[in-house]
Design a protein. Structure first.
Length: 170
């Protein structure tokens, strides 16, 4: 017998995994969740309510969620961390980065904001140290066109190499 798995889902031996990108605190029973969860027989309202509860801190941001539905229709929800670009936009108080990086800056970030984002993303990074994680985040800052404390991200990377921000890495 072949069991059809809804789009956005994967099937393991005892569970079906539904992965989706939802707006923090504002998931709905409509697409993409409803059509993927409906055939699995879970209470969609309970799933959506739980997702909204656990993603409340990421309002206005797209958040990756994974819903693991067991054969007995119980479920677990795993929340990922939003993309670095979305976290930076939130820190800068803007909707998104510049479409013209290098010529137009959407905002100025503080080094404290960069370190905060690096700490949030640390588990998903290959960086071996807090300093390396911050430099990785600065790569996204370059792409998005932000400045950091009035300087270009490249200038900030040079300042990090010279030890200017060592106090933030302890």
């Amino acid at each position: 017998m072949h069991l059809a798995v809804p789009t956005g889902c994967s099937k393991t031996m005892s569970a079906t995994i539904v992965e989706a990108l939802v707006e923090g605190g504002k998931a709905t029973p409509g697409p993409p969740l409803g059509p993927a969860l409906g055939p699995l027989g879970v209470n969609i309202k309970l799933v959506v309510d739980k997702i909204n509860e656990v993603t409340q801190d990421f309002q206005t941001m797209k958040v990756p969620v994974k819903i693991v539905v067991q054969a007995d229709r119980t479920f677990d929800i795993e929340v990922g961390i939003p993309p670095t670009s979305a976290l930076l936009a939130r820190e800068a108080g803007v909707e998104k980065g510049s479409g013209e990086a290098g010529t137009e800056s959407p905002g100025d970030l503080t080094m404290e904001s960069i370190v905060k984002v690096a700490k949030m993303k640390k588990e998903r990074m290959l960086a071996a140290s807090p300093r390396a994680a911050v430099k990785e985040v600065l790569g996204t800052v370059v792409s998005a066109g932000y400045t950091v404390e009035g300087r270009t991200p490249q200038e900030i990377q040079g300042a990090i190499d010279k030890g200017e921000f060592d106090a933030l890495f302890s």
